[in-house]
Ligand binder design. Structure first.
Ligand SMILES: Cc1cc2nc3c(=O)[nH]c(=O)nc-3n(C[C@H](O)[C@H](O)[C@H](O)COP(=O)(O)O)c2cc1C
Length: 194
């Protein structure tokens, strides 16, 4: 059984609840999982495995990318899994993707209207567009799984310019789309590989 850190960043709070659900599932499976916001996760030496999660906020939120970059050397020999919460994910046929095991919430995924001529929204939400900077943050870290979960969008918690971006570019419909069963299933699958 492993000692696992689940560390996350969040803009509006919902990714923290996803991190807590993942920890609960891993603890139930017999591991020892702790949840910490990225700002409080400085020392990783005690952990066998690290799960890093963040929402898509102009890419995988910057705090998560900097965490990966900052701790790349420490994380490289450990088991690492990544997750992202998002409101839209476009799977573009034939889009070149990094070779990494993926779990995509099927209710999050949509197909482009015309695969040969992507709209702005489709380009900014394609799987490759999301994934490449996540992995490029620490090329020496090889995640055992990368998951994309359906997230939560609450316009009341956003600044006006954030709301404008989400409405105009992502074109997301506010609501809580988190699929707890899917999230727990991913946590269970990760736990079985630790
Ligand atoms: C400024 C901003 C930018 C966002 N950009 C994207 C995006 O590019 N793609 C996407 O699917 N969701 C995007 N979202 C939606 C969030 O990723 C989603 O609502 C997430 O679940 C929020 O998590 P949180 O409650 O932990 O902040 C954006 C939200 C905000 C506020």
């Amino acid at each position: 059984m492993s000692k696992i850190l689940i560390t996350y960043s969040t803009n509006s709070g919902s990714t923290a609840e996803v991190a807590a659900a993942i920890a609960a599932e891993l603890n139930q499976a017999g591991h020892t999982a702790e949840v910490k916001p990225i700002a409080q996760a400085a020392d990783l030496s005690a952990y066998d495995a690290v799960v890093i999660g963040a929402p898509m906020i102009f890419g995988w939120q910057a705090a998560a990318r900097s965490f990966l970059k900052r701790h790349a050397a420490e994380l490289a020999p450990k088991k690492v899994a990544l997750f992202a919460c998002a409101m839209r994910l476009t799977r573009v046929p034939a889009e070149p993707l990094p070779a990494v095991p993926l779990m995509l919430d099927p209710n999050l995924v949509s197909e482009p209207l015309k695969p040969g001529s992507l709209t702005l929204k489709e380009r900014f939400t394609s799987l490759g567009y999301y994934l490449k900077p996540m992995l490029a943050a620490a090329p020496s870290v090889r995640p055992l799984s990368v998951a994309f979960f359906n997230g939560q969008l609450d316009m009341r918690r956003l600044k006006w310019w954030q709301a404008a971006f989400v409405m105009i570019v992502v074109q997301a419909v506010p609501g809580d789309y988190r699929d707890w069963e899917y999230i727990r299933a991913w946590a269970k699958a990760v736990g079985e590989r630790l």
